[in-house]
Design a binder for this molecule. Structure first.
Ligand code: DCP
Length: 214
């Protein structure tokens, strides 16, 4: 097999001269992740993977993202199962540049979004248990290398303003309280570090006034 073919994350990635770095950009909905990644996509030696949100809006003609916002109790597991699959695909895809920057991760999908649905009473316990079993199996059996987490720390109010401006159809129903819950879970995970394990060191970027590099 050629070098590029057997670039299985967690194997060659860790191998001396061929080591490649994986950076996950994390942050609330509309915190500026896409703007951040667009900046880096113009530089050389960095490959950028944006979130597979277009897939979440159209899987064989269905829109699980919209369904989840309409009725989270019924469709939360549907969306999050698909998110978990598409994020895993991203993590395991061949890395072509010395540095990979990717939007979010399989970790925040579970630790932030699934957790939020469950804690807010919008996901039945059995759905949460099944998703947790899947997540635990994946992370125990598949190497998912992450070298750095960059946390775009933004106030929920700022995210809400940006959300209203960008007007994505599915997201019109998102209230400020939803963004506050997501924010709190991110803070517990990446700042207070009181909740779940950290897969990598964290770099915090204050993005309340916009993305700093612009
Ligand atoms: N989403 C979800 N569950 C996940 C991941 C995302 O319900 N596990 C939802 C939240 C948003 C949509 O998917 O409604 C898109 O997610 P992002 O916030 O990650 O993407 P944005 O485009 O909003 O990011 P940004 O504005 O920071 O670039």
């Amino acid at each position: 097999r050629s070098r590029t073919q057997h670039r299985t994350p967690g194997k060659l990635v860790r191998n001396g001269e061929d080591k490649k770095a994986v950076v996950c950009i994390e942050g609330n909905i509309a915190s500026g992740k896409t703007t951040c990644l667009e900046y880096f996509s113009k530089t050389s030696n960095i490959e950028v993977l944006t979130e597979p949100v277009s897939k979440w809006r159209n899987v064989r003609g269905h829109n699980p993202l919209a369904l989840m916002y309409q009725d989270p109790e019924r469709w939360g597991i549907t969306l999050q199962t698909y998110v978990q699959l598409t994020m895993l695909e991203r993590h395991l895809s061949s890395i072509v540049a010395p540095v990979r920057m990717m939007e979010r991760s399989i970790f925040s999908a579970k630790y932030i979004f699934v957790e939020n649905l469950f804690r807010s009473g919008k996901m039945p316990e059995v759905d949460y248990a099944v998703l947790s079993e899947w997540f635990d199996w994946i992370t125990a059996n598949i190497s998912i290398p992450v070298d750095l987490i960059v946390y775009l720390q933004t106030s929920p109010q700022t995210c809400h303003e940006r959300l209203k401006q960008r007007c994505r159809e599915e997201e019109k129903v998102i209230p400020l309280e939803y963004l506050e819950s997501i924010h709190q879970l991110y803070e517990d995970w990446l700042i207070k570090r009181t909740s779940v394990p950290l897969p990598a060191p964290v770099l915090v970027s204050d993005c309340s006034l916009g993305f700093g590099l612009c």
